[in-house]
Design a protein around this ligand. Structure first.
Ligand code: B1M
Length: 235
């Protein structure tokens, strides 16, 4: 999209043009340019959340559409994902700063067989920003790894992400294992990922489906409030 030799000064662009340019640069996998654009929007007073959702997630949405339509292939998408992660790395501490004192703890991971982690990372960042402590187990996480983390960290929330229709069912494997071991009621189980929906979350026995990171934060807060209220009633 950008011609070699083009000396484009990102600072000369107005906000709308800059957002469009960041999205194009993300599409082209131009990490340094995405970082520069992200910093400029922040300098102009944009909130980290607005930069994240409008510039970075907006750019990745176009990548997703062209990947689906066979216009982009895995190597290009990987470059775009790396550019996105570079922008997210700038925003992460800023989002965390806005957070309140810890309101709950979440263990989160992308399930076994699945290596997509951008959405899961975004959820983690937003949760940290909202004051949650987040233990991120990474990608391709199997039941044993989940349980080791549950035992070690004793979280309030178990979050699972899946981006493939073939890996979604593994969420049920984890939940069924919680049931088998008599531990299902110990955790609020939240699930998310592009191919999921409410009906699927209900069918596998999760507490809620989270359409995006903002919904994940709101849902987590609601469940934590309920948990605290229940404790109040018991004591
Ligand atoms: Co893949 N991929 N990919 N991919 N990839 C998809 C998912 C796909 C829909 C593309 C397409 O065909 N249009 C398709 C899946 C089709 C299907 O299953 N029906 C697909 C495929 C087929 C594949 C491969 C099989 C391709 C191949 O090898 N031939 C392969 C699978 C590898 C594997 O996992 N075993 C593969 C590989 C890759 C890359 C490595 C190249 C790269 C991943 C890089 C990375 O993550 N580090 C990649 C990418 C980038 C994508 C797309 C283009 C973008 C995903 C993304 O990051 N979105 C994706 C297309 C798409 O989703 N439209 C695609 C941005 C992100 C912010 O959104 O992840 O949805 P999302 O997260 C959101 C919400 O869903 C929610 O909140 C997030 C933030 O708002 N959410 C949660 C997510 N997780 C949550 C957890 C929660 C709560 C909310 O817990 C509480």
């Amino acid at each position: 999209m950008s011609d070699a030799g083009d000396e484009l000064d990102l600072r000369e662009l107005d906000d709308d043009e800059l957002v469009k340019q960041i999205q194009d640069d993300l599409y082209d996998g131009l990490k340094d340019e995405v970082v520069e654009g992200t910093n400029i929007l922040l300098e102009r007073g944009w909130t980290p959340y607005r930069v994240l959702t409008e510039a970075l997630v907006g750019g990745m949405t176009v990548v997703g559409i062209d990947f689906r339509d066979g216009i982009l292939f895995v190597p290009e998408v990987l470059l775009a994902a790396n550019a996105m992660k570079a922008g997210m790395a700038i925003l992460r501490p800023l989002l965390a700063e806005t957070g309140a004192p810890t309101v709950g703890k979440m263990v989160v991971a992308t399930v076994k067989g699945d290596i997509h982690d951008i959405g899961k990372n975004l959820v983690g960042m937003m949760m940290e920003g909202a004051g949650f402590e987040v233990i991120d187990l990474g990608i391709n996480c199997d039941v044993d790894k989940f349980f080791a983390a549950l035992d070690e960290h004793k979280p309030d929330i178990l979050g699972m992400s899946a981006l493939l229709t073939t890996t979604m069912p593994y969420m049920k494997v984890v939940i069924d294992t919680l049931i088998e071991r008599g531990r299902r009621d110990d955790y609020i189980v939240l699930v998310g990922g592009a191919p999921l929906n409410e009906a699927f979350a209900k069918a596998i026995g999760a507490d809620a489906y989270c359409r995006d990171a903002a919904v994940a934060v709101e849902t987590a807060k609601e469940f934590m409030a309920r948990k605290h209220n229940q404790r109040g009633l018991v004591s």
